[in-house]
Every structure is written in C-alpha cells, then in structure tokens.
Design a protein around this ligand. Structure first.
Ligand code: MG
Length: 472
C-alpha cells in the first residue's frame, strides 16, 4: 500500500497533467458544406420568397452572412480545385480551353503536386473526410483518399453524367413540370467508397440524406480529435431528386424540396455538434461551387438580383450565398468585404496552426480577423474571373471591368470581346446593368494595368482536363 504523502503526490501530478491538457489551445474543427449550382437568390437568408431554410437562416443569424463571396470558376471542376488548393485553377491545369470540366472518359485530375486543405491539416493530426461529389478525377490516383482525405463516400463526377439513351429529355420535362424527377436508371452514376464502387446507379432519391448521415457518423467517430469534413452535395445540380420526407413539401417545386432537404441536413449537423458540445470549437462554412443553371427553368436556381448564372463571369455565375457559423467565436452580422473559397485554405491553416505552403502562389487570404469581428478592410483587393484559360474580368474594390462577356452555360448572350472594356460599379449597380466606362476612363486604365500585372504572374501548368482514357 502507498503511504499517504505518496498518494497525495500522485493526485497532485494527475491534477497538473489535466490542467496542462486543458490549457493547450484546442485545434478547431472545420465543416465545409459545398452545394452544386446553388444561386445567390436560392436561400431564405438571401431573400428567396418561397424556399424555407430555417437552419441556414439560423447560421446567418448567429454567424456571418457574406454578400461578396466568390468562387474560383463558374463551373464545377475548376471551382472545386480552387477551394481545396487555395489557388486559381488556371495555375494548376484544372481549367481548360478544350473541356470545361472532367467527364467519365477523362484521364486527368487534380495533380499530385497540389496541396489540398486535407493534406495540410493531416500534418496537425486532423481526421479528414470527403463526402459527396468529388469531380477532381475519378481514376484511383485522383480520388480524395489520394489527396489527403482518410475516407471518401460519394459520386466521383456530376449527377447527370453516364446518361443513358431511351429516357425522356430532362430539359424538356423540366420545362413542363416543376415537380418532375427522372428515373434513377437514366444516370448510371456510381457511388465510390474510398476507391471501390459500392452502388450503381446511385439511388439519387436518398443521396442528400445519406451524405448528411455519413458526415454525422464521421463526426461522432472522430469528435475527440480535430477533424475536417468536406461535404459536397451533388444537388441542386440537375437531375433533381428529393427524399420522401421532403418531396412535394416546398412551395417552390422539386428545386425547393432539394434545398429544404439540404437545409435540414445542415440542421442535423449543427445539432450533433451541440450534442457533442463541440459547436464552440467548430467552424461551419456553407457555400456553393457556381451559380444557377438557368436553362433548366424552374429546375435551375436563381441568382437573385445578380446577372446571368453558371458558366458566366457576370456576378450570377461566380458570387455565392455564403455563411460562416462558429457560436461564441464569429461576430454575428453581414460581411460586405470581398472573400473567395480560396481564402478557406489559408484561414483554416492559420486557425489550426499549420504553415500554409510558401513554395507556390496562393490566391487566398486568412479572413479569420474579419470573421472574429475586426472592423477593417479585408486584405483582398481583387477578384479575378477566368474562363477557358482567359481572363474575362476583374474586380477591384467596387469596380468590375469586363474584357470579354458571355452568358450562362447553355443560354444567354454569346461571347463578345470588348474593344473598350465594360465597367460596372458593383455596389451602386449589383446587377451589372449600367456600363459607365465612358464616365471613368481613369478607373478603366487602372484596372487594365492590374489585369496585365496579374496575368504576367500566372505560370500555367499543363491542361489536366483535356486528356481522355484511350478506347480499346
Ligand atoms: Mg456546379
């Protein structure tokens, strides 16, 4: 038996060790909920009059709602590459003049030399999961588990790929019926678990809820260590499907059902964080990869007061409804400074105490001080709007200069190269209605110089989207 002073000593030692552990700053958890083709005007919190989003409204109320938050490209593949690498896709070959995104016959994907958020956080012992649509290469070398994620469960590319003949034309059906959904067999999209196909075709009716369930299971399993969950919903990209609890429930047709199901999933994630008492140590971000796919009419979303949609470098293609939630940490309110998905990598690195890569150009900034309530101008001075390996436009403060304009993917005005670039004041004129280049020639000259300077700093990597798997 131990003597009294010995056991007292043991107790003091135990107490000291507990105090040391609790005094260490805890690495925060990160959850990114990334939608597909969601428009600026598709959430209740951003003014939609017929879609209910109570959980996203709560994120907006308790957190920050960003009104000038951008993506790195106006279509899926390059936009996703931008978020995960913190870099414009023109730098790493994930934007192409030949093919806009990756397809089931593509041989390429995100280059191994790129560093993703997941890879960086792994160096600090984070558990990392990718759930949902990947679209950065479906061959094994390019899958999430080979880009820093411990696990992956989801579809490897868009939910309208692997389309089969002999089914009704989706676009025509969508024009006729705001509640239409296609037979699941029409799209032979697989579900991949890590590197193995586990279901084909994916049952897309249940996919949104299953993604949420996978994210929640991961959080429950890993809540005692820091974690990063990248939850990339495949919807509301067409074809639209909703689970039985949401189908036919919204006032907005099946598009509204889809958004309300995504919203309910966000609520379930907030609830599990609260139940596990880790909500005060978890940053949740909600945004989308690009604007609404307008040709699908009621099956596509709405960019609200912004011009054009998916595929376009007008604001509707690249400005996204974005929310940040971290109770007790983020200063609630509306944030009007400029931000982009490329800011997430340096921000997460700073909060996790990981050094951001310094051997390459990053296009993001640490925005944590804005999130925590600093009354300051953001570090970001520019937003660059690239499409098909060309710089179409740039924003500097409130001014936006268009060198080339083109409408929404599959619709809208044809490509026009402007001999005299068009100038818009995005704060006075968020809908880009009034070209004021003739009133501000000095601003035009200054922005042309900024564009030239930016382009001179771009070292393009080889096109990763053009390659195809050889046919036997
Ligand atoms: Mg998309």
């Amino acid at each position: 038996m131990r003597s009294f002073p010995d056991s007292l000593f043991a107790i003091v030692l135990a107490l000291l060790s507990v105090m040391t552990v609790s005094a260490q700053p805890q690495s925060p958890n990160f959850v990114v909920v990334f939608c597909d083709d969601l428009g600026y005007g598709d959430l209740g919190a951003f003014g939609n009059p017929s879609i209910r989003t109570p959980n996203l409204d709560r994120m907006a109320h308790e957190g920050q709602r960003w009104t000038s938050f951008y993506v790195g490209a106006s279509v899926c593949t390059p936009s996703r590459a931008a978020l995960l690498t913190g870099r414009l896709p023109i730098r790493n070959g994930m934007m192409s003049a030949k093919r806009r995104v990756l397809f089931p016959d593509s041989s390429g994907g995100l280059p191994k030399s790129e560093k993703t958020i997941a890879e960086l956080l792994k160096t600090k012992g984070y558990a990392t999961a990718a759930v949902g649509k990947w679209h950065l290469g479906h061959l094994e070398a390019h899958l999430p588990v080979n880009h820093g994620f411990d696990s992956y469960w989801g579809i490897p590319y868009s939910n309208d790929m692997d389309a089969q003949r002999g089914f009704p034309n989706y676009r025509r059906k969508a024009e006729e019926d705001p509640h239409y959904f296609a037979p699941v067999e029409q799209y032979q999209v697989p579900i991949i678990h890590n590197t193995t196909i586990v279901e084909r075709p994916a049952n897309q009716h249940t996919l949104t809820q299953r993604y949420t369930d996978k994210a929640i299971e991961f959080i429950q399993r890993h809540h005692e260590q820091p974690f990063f969950v990248y939850l990339a919903h495949s919807l509301p990209h067409i074809p639209l499907y909703a689970g039985k609890n949401h189908l036919g429930k919204s006032r907005r047709g099946i598009f509204g059902d889809v958004i309300e199901e995504i919203d309910a999933g966000v609520g379930q994630i907030m609830e599990i964080l609260e139940d596990l008492e880790i909500d005060d140590n978890t940053l949740v971000v909600f945004t989308s990869d690009n604007g609404p796919w307008l040709p699908f009419r009621t099956h596509g979303g709405s960019a609200g007061l912004l011009r054009e949609g998916k595929g376009s470098t007008f604001e509707g293609g690249m400005r996204e409804p974005t929310l940040f939630w971290w109770p007790g940490k983020i200063k609630p309110g509306v944030q009007m400074e400029m931000g982009t998905t490329m800011d997430l990598l340096p921000t997460f690195c700073a909060l996790a105490g990981v050094a951001a890569p310094n051997d390459r150009t990053l296009d993001g900034y640490d925005i944590s001080s804005l999130l925590f309530g600093a009354r300051e101008q953001g570090k970001r001075k520019h937003v660059f709007y690239w499409r098909s390996e060309e710089l179409y436009a740039l924003r500097e403060g409130p001014w936006k200069l268009h060198f080339i304009t083109e409408g929404c993917y599959g619709l809208g005005p044809k490509r026009t190269v402007h001999e005299t670039p068009e100038l818009y004041h995005l704060e006075h004129d968020p809908s880009e209605k009034y070209n004021v280049a003739h009133l501000h020639p000095d601003v035009v000259t200054r922005l042309i110089k900024s564009a030239e300077h930016h382009k001179a700093g771009i070292n393009k990597m080889e096109d990763q989207l053009a390659g195809r798997i050889p046919t036997p």
